[in-house]
Structures are given as C-alpha cells and as structure tokens.
Design a protein around this ligand. Sequence first.
Ligand SMILES: [Zn+2]
Length: 267
Amino acid sequence: MDEQSARKLIVEIGKLMYDKGYVTSSDGNISYRLGENLILATPTQVSKGRMIEDVMALTDLEGKPLNDKRVSSEIQMHLLIYRMRPDVNAVCHAHVPHGTAFAAAGLSIDAPILSEVILTLGCVPLTAYGTPSTSELTDSLKPYVEHHNALLLENHGVVAYGKDLWQAFDRLETLEHTAKIAILAKILGGANNLPKDAIEKLINIREKAGYLTEAARCQACGYLEHTDIKCSLDAESVNNGNSNGAKISFTREELIDLLNQAVSLQN
Ligand SMILES: [Zn+2]
C-alpha cells in the first residue's frame, strides 16, 4: 500500500476506534510498515477521532524520527512487534473497555468458549505490567509476540497486529467483542467450554484455511491445554531462547548429575 493510502486508512481506522469507544482523549495509537525500515504512525497527543492525513509521523525501526511530527511515546511497543514479526505490517493499540477490564483484573482471554475466536484470533495472553513508553513494557511483551496476534497489557490496555491495517483492526475488534461476551456470559452464570474434539477440529480448520499458522499452536495460554494437539516448534523455540521466558540452563556437572539421578531412578 502506498503512503497516501496508508495515511487515509489510519485516519479512517482512528475514527472507527474512537466511535466504537475503544479509545478516549488521545489514547491509543496505530502504525503501518511502509517499507523495510520505514514506519508510519499516529502522533503523540492527538485524538484518534479527529486526525487528518498530514499529522502522521515517520520513523525508522529504531524509532528515529524521519519527519517533523512527534510520534506517540508508545511507538517502541509497535517497533518491537515489527522487529520480531516480519509478517506483521500493522499494529493497533487501544484501551478497549472490556478487553482492558480483563487486563485490569489480571486475566487472559483464553477460555475456549467461541468457535470463531479459536479459528481467527487464538487466545489472548496477559502480559505483565510495565510502565508505558519504557523498556519495562516491551520486555514483558517479548515472550508473547511471536505466537500471538493480540496481547493484553496488564493495568493498561491491549495491542493487536496483522498483515495489514484492516487485519490488525479486525483482531482488535474480535478481542473486544470476545471480552464483552465472556463478561456477559459470566453474569448469566458462566460460559461452557467447547469440548476437546471441537477445539481440535477448529485448530485443524484454521491451519488448513490459513487463518492462523502452526505457530499459533505454541500460544502461551489457553486452548491447547484442552487438546492433544502439540506445538511442534517448542524445541526450536527453546533453542532460540523464545520459550515464553522458560529458559533453563545447566552447567555440564549439573547436567551429568541430573542424568545420573534419572538413571538411578529407572533402575
Ligand atoms: Zn496505551
């Protein structure tokens, strides 16, 4: 997508976010990857409901300004996602009320209660609180970015991303809709989880149809715990140090000791 069309679409999505109550005041931000090292993003201190195409800031992948507009202070969260996910070209961050209620209550959106959500979004994990616009926040997102397409930011808000601006927005919308339904179902006495075989069928369908790749099997929360489907990338993730933070290391002596213990247990 060319720069002018991207500016136009960010204005349109900003209005949608504002009109739907996903943001108030100058909350939230939207960005788009225009080129390998070129990001177009909403500026700081501007209502997403009242933007014009000219207000957008340009930065490189490290956040260095490339025009005279001041980018949102939360850009580092977007840049982390672009650096870790070459397939992602758009990011939407908002303080959606129902999704953020989960984040404030310390809960993930991970109950297997809606077939569409398992098909198109996957579970949404809660990431630990970090002060907005600091490396605390980006550090706590890191373990989750690779295998999820939306995250809850504890006591703050949510972020969703995708291959283009509409997919990022659609995922944000699905997240918020799911959170709202989960809260309403709770008021009615609690939602029923889908049975194991139904979840497995949905995971197979989403991979065949290309809605989500096998990488989504490695999600940190939720549905897989209810099935026999395994994440085949786990070994690879551990080697890369991206095993959702669960990296363990031993000295040679400790490892030999552990193996000896295992052998003597078997005998
Ligand atoms: Zn925020």
